[in-house]
Design a protein around this ligand. Structure first.
Ligand code: CA
Ligand code: CA
Length: 194
């Protein structure tokens, strides 16, 4: 624990960060080591290229989009705190912890996780997944396995099933309802934290 403490003391506002994300001191230390290892030229922040060496992302068909989620529009650097906040979306739900209704929604709540997944689809950030946006994701995920015609029919069927207000796009609310029974932790099992 001694070396953990000396690592933690290097991180500004580490207590707030742990409270906000729910990560334990041991998690934070591991993430800090991971961050430093990714930051090969010791810039103190990560660029999109630094993420290229994460094997789980390189092999993930929508890895580029996940990497994109770490960066705000026009931004090319992510510091340690933002890095940890994004990764907190991948932390399993706290099933047994009672939630104080006066505290803000935890980052790893089901709703936050769904919102994170939703924005991976909604690339123009207009709050809706259009048919074109859905097609783009499907095309990357199912590359080579299906014909363009089959892709389009999967996209149309998906929208038809999820679209409740008939605007031929999927809003966040419709997205959430259509995923009501899916185990979101399983869907988001990117194992950064091993
Ligand atoms: Ca959109
Ligand atoms: Ca709709």
């Amino acid at each position: 624990m001694g070396s953990n403490n000396s690592t933690l003391s290097k991180i500004p506002n580490v207590d707030e960060l742990m409270q906000e994300t729910g990560f334990t001191p041991a998690h934070i230390v591991r993430l800090y080591d991971r961050f430093k290892a990714l930051d090969k030229d010791r810039k103190g922040h990560l660029s999109p290229q630094d993420f290229g060496s994460i094997k789980e992302l390189a092999m993930n068909p929508i890895g580029d989009r996940i990497i994109g989620a770490f960066f705000s529009p026009g931004q090319e650097a992510v510091d340690f705190h933002s890095f940890v906040r994004i990764l907190a979306h991948f932390r399993p739900l706290d099933k047994n912890r009672p939630r104080d209704p006066n505290t803000p929604e935890p980052i790893n709540s089901r709703t936050s996780k769904l919102r994170f997944a939703f924005q991976l689809y909604d690339q123009d950030k207009d709050g809706k997944i259009s048919r074109a946006e859905l097609l783009q994701v499907l095309r990357t995920m199912l590359e080579m396995q299906v014909t363009e015609e089959q892709l389009e029919s999967i996209a149309d069927r998906t929208i038809q099933e999820a679209d409740l207000d008939g605007d031929s796009a999927i809003s966040f609310d419709e997205f959430r309802k259509s995923l009501e029974k899916v185990n979101i932790d399983h869907k988001m099992s990117i194992r950064f934290l091993r």
